[in-house]
Design a protein around this ligand. Structure first.
Ligand code: FAD
Length: 176
């Protein structure tokens, strides 16, 4: 059964988890997800594969606590085992050298766009990333995204960090 290796809260309602899943780690592509169950009588929930380490046989997920299963998962700790984990699932994102690409993600959606921006950078693109959150305290993956981007634009709804406004406004400004 898949062992939880690490858990770290990124903000009060969002946490990162590293889980043993050697098959997924060695075969997954950007844009794919897993389905997991915390317990036998629990629900199956889909979660994006944010990152993986093939040598270590692990995958990383970032989860926002919204309901029963995400709460249950947030209460599990390293050393404990999930009931089941299935993947990689879903159609991978089309990755090639497009030239210049813009990767846009807000809130926990940054976890979804991060593996895609990383792969686009590795494919030789000029990567512009726009990431945003409601406030500075809950912005995730800033340093990781900085490493995968040639240019990084940050927005917060309340203006506590970066540009004040939504990621969509920053994208519109860039297009204009
Ligand atoms: C392909 C895919 C990838 C995804 N990747 C990610 C990811 O990387 N990270 C991530 O955090 N999420 C991701 N999600 C979303 C994630 O799957 C859901 O947040 C998760 O399934 C919620 O499960 P839950 O049991 O915790 O919530 P549920 O209990 O199913 O609750 C879901 C919603 O319903 C509301 N709700 C629950 N009970 C009630 C009630 N009685 N009355 C009114 N409202 C109620 C909750 O507040 C919540 O908004 C992804 C989804 C898909 C489809």
């Amino acid at each position: 059964m898949p062992l939880i290796r690490k858990k770290e809260f990124l903000s009060s309602g969002v946490f990162k988890m590293v889980i043993d899943a050697p098959h997924v780690a060695s075969t997954r592509k950007p844009g794919q997800f897993i389905v997991l169950m915390t317990e036998e009588s629990g629900e199956r929930i889909p979660l994006t594969i944010v990152d993986s380490d093939e040598d270590d046989g692990t995958i990383t997920i970032i989860v926002q606590i919204v309901g029963k299963t995400t709460t249950c998962l947030s209460e599990m700790n390293p050393g404990e085992e999930l009931y089941a984990l299935l993947g990689p699932l879903g159609r991978p994102t089309d990755i090639k050298n497009f030239g210049t690409v813009v990767c846009v993600g807000g809130g926990v959606g940054i976890g979804v766009v991060y593996p895609i921006s990383k792969a686009l950078k590795e494919a030789g693109n000029n990567v512009i990333s726009i990431i945003g959150a409601r406030t500075k305290d809950i912005l995730i993956l800033e340093e990781e995204t900085r490493l995968t981007s040639d240019r990084l634009i940050i927005t917060t709804d309340d203006g506590s960090y970066g540009m004040k406004g939504f990621v969509s406004q920053a994208l519109q400004d860039l297009i204009d």
